[in-house]
Design a protein. Structure first.
Length: 134
């Protein structure tokens, strides 16, 4: 339900521009979203916004952090493969059976969708990721 809400909100890079996004449509999803700024065409990703539900699962504040630092410090133990794939293909990427370690838990299973966003309709500037944990 969470993931279909994000995919259904027409925010794919091919069909959308910043002006056509309506934040009101995303209100129910905000707790499950991480917004990444794409650094150097996908060499790294900076966490700009992290929803409350995700902060509880991760157990630490990651806002403002680089994904590479979070991986290096083992705050998150998941790869950025889907993030890079969304930047490269400029289309949403789905992970159906992801798994990551979290502080105080051996692992957390999740599903997610990574949606590329572009301010100019061409290059990917941001990634909006919605996570559903089990």
């Amino acid at each position: 339900e969470i993931l279909s809400g994000l995919v259904g909100s027409e925010m794919c890079i091919r069909d959308s521009h910043k002006d056509s996004m309506d934040p009101v449509e995303l209100r129910g999803l905000l707790n499950f979203i991480i917004l990444f700024e794409v650094i150097e065409s996908g060499k790294d990703f900076k966490v700009r916004v992290c929803g409350n539900e995700l902060r509880e699962v991760i157990s630490v504040s990651i806002q403002g952090e680089l994904w590479s630092k979070l991986e290096r410090d083992q705050v998150v133990v998941t790869t950025s493969t889907s993030l890079r794939q969304a930047v490269d293909c400029k289309e949403p990427v789905y992970e159906v059976e992801g798994s990551m370690a979290s502080i105080g838990r051996p692992h957390v299973c999740y599903q997610n969708v990574v949606v590329p966003l572009a301010s100019d309709g061409e290059g990917v500037d941001f990634l909006m990721c919605a996570y559903a944990y089990r």
